[in-house]
Design a protein around this ligand. Structure first.
Ligand code: 0A1
Ligand code: ZN
Length: 874
């Protein structure tokens, strides 16, 4: 990068000067030199009033231009210009045809954007701006065209040739080559284009749609993985059914293809009728995948499928509107999972995720609104804010309008905008028009960054039998937004009598900075269950007395808030112990003091057979170290680690008998099935094991080693290995060696092995991570490997990443600099942990800032990494 990257602003949006009606592409596939011929049927955009003589600009990067012709006349070198951003020439009139020939090198493409090679297959990733690395094109989502794609390739290396839409022709060619022609009847933006070619195995099934059409479903994987596709296929069929039942949306083509590849920057991609997946979100069988893997497969397969309507049929006008498709689709996949599994457990997981990823983003240097106002590199905006906070915004609309009103709005949205590229305002307008409501204050959630903090205060009036609840909201400034306004949010409230009876359950609408709500007929001082189900995505600053939290843990009819009360209690205990630890010279156990009341509440949850096992497992997990760091300034990683472990040790020893029972009673002889109930049973047993081991007694480390040895599924195996992972126990060495011997050839499974070692709290972890970089399976070119070894070290091992001597930062910074030349998108995503310097003490903050400076000084730093590092340094 020579100059500072340009900032793209939402307010500068202008409609495209020229539109493309139809694209015909011909690929001559070759690893080193792929030839791409493109024929574009162009017309001037009436909205812009362009025409003959006006300049046509086509985006294009990192390609060799062979020739360009307009209306069948080859342009001379003085009739067009090429710069690093693309190709320009004068339009001959209002309607014309452009032929372009380019050459690209898929094997040399380590960025994994555009056309690249994964294992030996060709595949593409075009969102957000990868298509411009394939050919010159107006690579923006508001240019929607139909595509006809011809693929020529070697028959032996690439027996499978795929693109979007329907296969309309195929056959043999000279020189052991063959071809296929695909045509997609639905106009689409270039980011949804896809091509895959390789020697892949295929698993087939079918789905009958609600109108009786048969859709052929195919999953393509590397040979040998055919037996790991069942769950993905089943998830796909359930998603198709759910979208018909809940949204009235039917699939619109006769085939739906999924391809799993090993090298992928993100989770998966919703290309029209040709979804491409990171293999880890497709492949599963009981001995290679954990319950969590199964859950993720189910939700990501659903997410990509749901995009067919929310994203593909109705797409984004520009990339600032990304949450239009992502927030809505995340909300849809969360609801799908809630319907397939336990609704409260799903909500707990989604909220825990939001808190772990989005809240820190919203409170740090990279804070941005759900609909950002500017960016340097759009790839940096596939964030927890755009996705998960965006989903919370849709959820609040759902809460406000009710299921029926929401559905009316959705129906109008799809009716009105099918085939269009639209904005978040268009979405909200459909919701408003269908329900005759004004959502203008709720819409501020799209534009205002930062997590609101709520406080409340209740007063009971025995004479009037009224309960007055005063609620205040405040949002701290975020970069570029010093002043915040009051937001509209639905707050679900429960008032409980002291006998546990629910007196009232009501959702109030908070619209002011401070507001009072009155509840009638309340004959006693109630216990308040605030923000039930996490009805608004906020922090609640008000601390309730411990007795009330214990009461809610045992009595709240809202399962989410039962869990929440436990988390609040644990957080309060640990935060005060951390302060004490810093005072008492580092004795974590003494710092905890008396925790019998808390342990008794945990015990009550553990042994309550009326509660779902998955829920109990979640409720017994203490808030994580990263979460605790967010609550402290400066955060002391060592103190946090010691105190949390000390509390786990107390709970483990005090409840040894109960955990022992839970462990033994939840053993299962039945064959593994991935359903939610069996998964809950395994989760509770795993939690029990981890507390038993935390008690510090060697007998339980032996038990974990034994569980590893006898496990007949990956969930139990990983549960054992992840507790052994932190210990000095022969079982750890033995299990890690066994794992490698068993799965050493399986790159997806080995990511777990790399990740575990990077997350170990053992003193030798950094040295081990450095060694593992020369493991034959490790490569900086594979994003999954980088994320599981390097990423996990920084994001899930705060104690070692933040080592006081700076060794963690130094190692990490070297890796980011190295990675930036290989894959800038992944390098930029991994840079965020260094941006948290303001949360740490001065010595650490200085080291982290120096790391960011070192990154920023890198010659030829990418636009991606520059944006994150410079904003993080500010
Ligand atoms: N749209 C996909 C995720 C995705 C986003 C960006 C990518 O490259 C920058 C790749 C995939 C989804 O939401 O699943
Ligand atoms: Zn998505």
């Amino acid at each position: 990068m020579s100059d500072q990257p340009q900032v793209i602003r939402r307010e500068d949006y202008t409609a495209p000067a020229f539109l493309i009606e139809k694209v015909e592409l011909v690929f001559e596939l070759d690893r080193d030199v792929t030839n791409v011929k493109s024929r574009l049927f162009v017309h001037a955009n009436p909205v812009r009033g362009t025409g003959g003589g006006d300049m046509v600009h086509l985006d294009g990067e990192d390609m060799k231009l062979v020739s360009v012709s307009v209306d069948d006349r080859k342009l001379g070198v003085d009739e067009y210009s090429v710069d690093p951003s693309g190709l320009s020439f004068a339009a001959p009139g209002e309607t014309f045809v452009v032929d372009i020939e380019t050459q690209i090198s898929p094997a040399a493409n380590t960025r994994l954007e555009g056309l690249y090679v994964s294992q030996s297959a060709f595949c593409t990733q075009c969102e957000a701006e990868g298509f411009r690395r394939i050919t010159y094109f107006p690579d923006r989502p508001d240019v929607m065209a139909t595509y006809k794609v011809t693929i020529h390739a070697d028959k032996a290396n690439c027996p499978v040739l795929l693109s979007n839409g329907n296969l309309i022709d195929s056959g043999d060619l000279d020189g052991n080559r063959h071809f296929a022609v695909w045509e997609d009847p639905f106009p689409k933006p270039s980011y949804l284009f896809a091509l895959v070619a390789g020697d892949l195995a295929c698993v087939e099934d079918s789905f009958k749609t609600m109108s009786g059409r048969d859709v052929a479903l195919r999953i393509f994987v590397e040979h040998g993985n055919e037996d790991r596709c069942d769950y993905a296929m089943d998830s796909l069929k359930r998603s198709m059914k759910w979208d018909e039942e809940v949204y009235g949306l039917e699939y619109d083509l006769d085939l739906f293809n999924i391809v799993a590849v090993s090298d992928f920057n993100m989770g998966a991609m919703e290309n029209k009728s040709l979804n491409v997946f990171n293999a880890k979100y497709i492949l599963a069988k009981p001995d290679t995948a954990t319950d969590t893997d199964y859950e993720l497969i189910e939700s990501i397969v659903a997410h990509e499928y749901f995009h067919n309507w929310s994203g593909n049929r109705v797409t984004c006008r520009d990339w600032f509107q990304l949450s239009l498709k992502e927030g809505l689709t995340v909300f849809r996949d969360q609801e799908f999972s809630a319907d397939q599994r336990s609704r409260p457990v799903q909500r707990i997981k989604d909220v825990a995720q939001l808190r772990a990823r989005q809240f820190p983003e919203d409170g740090g240097p990279l804070a941005h609104p759900v609909r950002p106002d500017s960016y340097m590199e759009i790839n940096n905006f596939y964030t927890a804010t755009v996705y998960e906070k965006g989903a919370e915004l849709i959820r609040m609309m759902h809460t406000l309008l009710g299921a029926e009103g929401y559905r009316k709005g959705i129906d109008l949205y799809f009716d009105r905008h099918d085939g269009q590229a639209v904005t978040c305002d268009d979405f909200a307008k459909a919701m408003e028009d269908a329900n005759d409501v004004d959502l203008s204050q709720l819409k501020i959630w799209y534009s205002q960054a930062g997590t609101p903090s709520l406080s409340w205060h209740g007063e009971h009036d025995a004479d009037t039998k009224q309960f007055h609840l005063t609620v205040a909201q405040k949002t701290e400034p975020t970069p570029g937004q010093p002043d915040k306004v009051a937001l509209h949010m639905p707050i679900a409230i429960g008032l409980l009598g002291r006998d546990g009876r629910e007196l009232v359950s009501r959702t109030v609408q908070l619209t002011k900075a401070e507001q009072e709500f009155v509840f009638d007929n309340i004959d006693q001082v109630p216990v308040v269950s605030f923000n039930r189900g996490f009805s608004a995505p906020v922090n609640v600053a008000t601390e309730q007395p411990h007795e009330e939290l214990v009461f809610l843990m045992g009595h709240d009819s809202d399962a989410f808030n039962r869990w929440e009360a436990g988390q609040k209690y644990a957080t309060a205990l640990m935060l005060s112990a951390i302060t004490e630890f810093e005072k008492n010279g580092g004795d974590a156990d003494a710092a905890l003091g008396d925790v019998t009341e808390f342990v008794a509440a945990m015990r009550a949850t553990l042994i309550n057979e009326e509660l779902d096992k998955a829920f109990r497992a979640d409720a017994l997990v203490l808030p994580g170290e990263e979460f605790l760091s967010e609550q402290r300034k400066p955060a002391n990683p060592e103190a946090i680690h010691q105190v949390r472990n000390a509390l786990r040790k107390r709970i483990g020893s005090d409840l040894r008998a109960e955990f022992g029972n839970a462990y033994h009673q939840n053993a299962s002889n039945a064959a593994f099935t991935p359903d939610a109930e069996s998964a809950g049973q395994r989760a509770l047993r795993a939690t029990a094991l981890s507390y038993l081991v935390a008690s510090g007694d060697d007998e339980f480390a032996d038990l974990a080693a034994e569980q590893y040895r006898t496990a007949d599924n990956m969930t139990d195996r990983m549960a054992a290995l992840s507790v052994l992972n932190h210990l000095d126990h022969p079982g750890r060495v033995e299990a890690l060696a066994d794992f490698e011997a068993r799965f050493g050839k399986d790159t997806v499974v080995m990511d777990k092995w790399f990740g575990l070692q990077a997350m170990s709290s053992r003193g030798d972890t950094l040295a081990r991570v450095k060694d593992l970089m020369s493991h034959p399976l490790f490569t900086m070119r594979n994003p999954n490997k980088v994320r599981s070894l390097i990423g996990a070290f920084a994001m899930a091992n705060p104690r070692h990443f933040h080592a006081a001597d700076g060794s963690g930062y130094a190692f990490y910074t070297d890796r980011l600099i190295e990675l930036d030349d290989i894959n800038p998108q992944v390098a930029a995503r991994l840079c965020a942990p260094l941006g948290k310097w303001a949360k740490y003490d001065e010595a650490r903050a200085d080291l982290m800032k120096a790391s960011l400076d070192r990154i920023l000084a890198k010659p030829d730093i990418s636009r991606d990494l520059y944006e994150i590092a410079s904003k993080s340094r500010a």
